[in-house]
Design a protein around this ligand. Structure first.
Ligand code: ADQ
Length: 483
């Protein structure tokens, strides 16, 4: 019987060892939720790294870990600290991530990183090959594992392999700068179906395949000697109901039941009812345009001093990849920018920017999404950007304004937002003004349409669409081989 094997860098499981005691909790991230039904179908399996290094995992606990993972239909790939350095912090996050987000000058072309990437991709492929049969469907995720499809295809030519890229695929002019560009394409071309968030990423990929591999390419197919690869866009959605219902529940909390953050935000609203709260929520990553957003906010306040004490920007940045030097530099830049702007513009009653550098529990994320008036998201490049979708899903009374960078994949589906170019401070200042003064009726009209779309094209829809297309490939391929 055919089964589905999902493979991603990290398993959808939080594994912790405390004083020799193991705990394994399923994680609640968007990908894990979206793939829940695919994972549970038949005797599905999810393969990935646990997040614990080999050095941090006592040998005596291996069996217990395997058992706990097996109960969650998961299996582990073991990585040591050196592999994580070269493969994850190195090639994945110092070579591919910056390049695919158009930060060419940050991209490091280190042979050692590349060698580690190949070795670790082979480890993931071996973990699949150990359990997969020719009948299985294998869904590989993201930029850390781009060589895996080919490594599996070589050994299991009849298995059906899908690959989804969660980040942008850059234009040919950017992609061609990578020394190992052909090997990366060969790796991806091991798949039978390749999925991207947007049509543009798909087009960029096809263009690189045509120009670097000289393969025949049509609108959304690539012709190899013995098979046809399908390429398509599958814009990823969110678990709409989860966010919408959590926001509804949080609105009904009163008195002591409210979270501390809710209490503080309510107090703030009471004390300064005319101050608009603007939120920005991202991982602390240069691709998210956080530093430019802070500068644009300063520009807005200097150009429009009448808004001083009338707006506050709340920046929530989740620590991310702090071993990578570019991220350390960015953290320093943001700390300094916020310190300077707050120092220069604050009054006794008002601090323009509140800054939190941490990950927040889900209920606090909901507090921010529901209690703020405007979400301002300005990535310089972003595969999709789920925060934009989560904010809109949480606006149960349909109030609120989303200002969104046109460089985010989600902008293609969110035309009712105020779309801006994150490099254009003038345009952003105008959008902030428009958002602050937007009549409630207009906010509702815009959010109503956005919500209808988000509810329909949720994360489950995304997973089902991809799986349906992959199963079609499985069937088509059988016909193709038998001809
Ligand atoms: P990310 O770059 O991580 O994802 P995004 O899509 O915005 O970006 O997802 C971030 C997630 O983290 C959201 O679900 C959000 O709720 C959560 N989050 C953010 N800040 C948080 C905080 N302080 N505390 C707790 N949770 C927080 C990558 C790509 C994106 C693509 C996704 C999915 O870079 O472009 O949309 O994968 O494919």
């Amino acid at each position: 019987m055919s089964r589905t094997i999902i493979i991603s860098n990290r398993l959808p499981v939080q594994l912790k060892i405390n004083n020799g005691n193991l705990s394994a909790e399923p994680s609640v991230g968007g990908l894990a939720t979206g793939l829940k039904s695919v994972h549970r179908e038949g005797n599905g399996l999810w393969i990935g790294w646990t997040g614990l290094t080999e050095e941090d995992t006592p040998k005596a606990m291996e069996g217990e870990i395997d058992q706990a993972l097996a109960e969650l239909n998961c299996a582990k790939v073991v990585l040591n600290a050196e592999e994580i350095d070269g493969f994850y912090f190195g090639f994945s996050n110092r070579t591919v991530w910056p390049l695919f987000h158009y930060f060419l000058e940050y991209s490091e072309f280190e042979l050692d990183f590349w060698e580690a990437y190949k070795r670790v991709n082979q480890k993931f492929a071996d973990a699949i090959l150990e359990v997969a049969t020719d009948d299985d469907i294998i869904w590989v995720h993201d930029y850390q594992l781009m060589l895996v499809p080919q490594m599996v295809k070589e050994k299991r030519p009849n298995a059906t392999i899908g690959f989804f890229l969660h980040i942008p695929f850059p234009s040919f002019e950017i992609f061609r700068t990578m020394p190992w560009r052909e090997e990366v394409l060969d790796g991806l071309l091991g798949a039978d179906l390749l999925g991207f968030h947007t049509y543009d990423y798909e087009r960029h990929f096809l263009s690189s395949v045509r120009r670097l591999k000289g393969l025949e390419v049509s609108f959304n197919e690539i012709y190899l000697e013995n098979r046809v690869i399908k390429v398509d866009s599958f814009p990823m959605g969110i678990d709409y109901k989860k966010f919408h219902n959590a926001a509804k529940d949080s609105a009904t909390l009163s008195g002591k039941d409210r979270t501390d953050l809710q209490i503080k935000l309510d107090e703030h609203k009471k004390a300064a009812p005319n101050t608009k709260l603007i939120i920005s929520i991202d991982r602390l990553d240069y691709s998210k345009g956080i530093a430019a957003r802070i500068k644009a906010f300063e520009y807005f306040l200097i150009k429009n001093p009448e808004y001083k004490e009338k707006v506050r920007l709340i920046i929530l940045a989740v620590p991310s990849r702090s071993n990578v030097p570019q991220y350390q530099l960015l953290k320093k830049e943001i700390d300094e920018l916020i310190g300077r702007i707050n120092g220069e513009l604050s009054t006794v009653n008002w601090t323009p920017i509140w800054y939190f550098y941490r990950s927040l529990p889900f209920e606090n994320l909901i507090d921010l999404y529901t209690k703020c008036d405007i979400a301002w998201l300005t990535p310089l490049r972003d595969g999709m950007n789920l925060v934009a979708k989560e904010f809109v899903a949480c606006r149960t009374d349909q109030s609120g304004v989303l200002i969104l960078s046109e460089m985010a994949g989600s902008a293609y589906e969110m035309n009712e937002a105020l779309l801006i170019n994150p490099n254009n401070f003038e345009e952003q200042a105008a959008a902030l003004k428009e958002a602050i003064n937007m009549p409630l009726e207009e906010q509702k009209n815009r959010n109503k349409l956005l919500q209808q779309r988000l509810e329909r094209y949720n994360v489950e829809f995304w997973a089902n669409e991809f799986m349906t297309a992959l199963k079609d490939q499985q069937n088509d391929e059988n016909v193709y081989v038998s001809q």
